[in-house]
Every structure is written in C-alpha cells, then in structure tokens.
Design a protein around this ligand. Sequence first.
Ligand code: ATP
Ligand code: MG
Length: 137
Amino acid sequence: IEQTFSIVKPDAVGKNVIGEIYSRFEKAGLKIVGAKMIHMSEALAGEFYAEHKERPFYGELVGFMTSGPVMVQVLEGENAVALNREIMGATNPKEAAPGTIRADFATEVSANAVHGSDAPASAAREIAIFFKPEEIF
Ligand code: ATP
Ligand code: MG
C-alpha cells in the first residue's frame, strides 16, 4: 500500500471547498491517514519547493503558498501517488480534464487548488517535511 502527500492550497481553502476536495479523495479510494491546517512560513515553502528555486515563477509560487492557511494531508491507497495525480488533473486548470479537482475548483496555473507528490520518492520527502511519524495513522 502506497502513501502520497497532498496540499489543499490557499485558494481552495479560501473558497471553502476543503470538504468537497476531501470527498474526492475518499470517493477515489484514497484514505486520509494524517491531516492538519497550517500557515507555511517562507522557509518551509522554500524547503518544500526547493526543486523549483530557479524557475521564473518561484517567487510567485512561494508568495501564493504562504498567503494563507493550507490543509496538508497524507493519502493512502493502491497506487496512491498516480491515483491522486489523476483525480487532481493537469497542473494548468485550463488543461485539466472535466471532473478533476483542478478543473472543478481552479482556473489559474498559479492558484490550482491542490498539490500532489509526483513520485513515491517525492512523497516520502514531502511527508517527512510536514509530518512526524506519530501524526500518521
Ligand atoms: P504540484 O507540485 O503543486 O502538485 P505539479 O507537480 O502539477 O504541481 P509543478 O511543475 O511541480 O506542477 O509546479 C509546481 C507548482 O508551481 C504548480 O502546482 C503551480 O501552482 C506552480 N506553477 C507551475 N507552472 C507555473 C507557471 N507557469 N506560472 C505560475 N505558477 C506555476
Ligand atoms: Mg510538482
């Protein structure tokens, strides 16, 4: 059984759709085994998005992710990483398939409702940044 790391980003928290997004995870067969609301510091967002430091949108990305509270969660299930990416939809909501989380809850690539780990190794790194082992059930 696999785990992945997920964030409900500040835009979706602001739109009051945390529950609707959690419902998408559960309906897809992903179990929420750890969850909390946090407001990321710039240092934490920088550690999390270290791979994007040289990208032109890095400043915008960190500014957005620190702009308000987020929900961080660990999702568990068969092929959790790929399954979560599938139900999230494409990075750019304008290109996301109908019925995906990003298509239904976002319109801009810079504020695209959710994050999901892109590989099992990324999931392990990301989970360790935000959760202590005893916070995952
Ligand atoms: P995430 O890592 O958030 O799950 P992703 O893996 O689909 O998304 P990445 O390429 O890892 O996409 O980009 C990380 C995040 O950076 C995206 O979710 C998006 O919010 C933001 N981003 C990506 N491209 C752009 C862009 N051209 N302009 C603004 N923000 C962008
Ligand atoms: Mg990514």
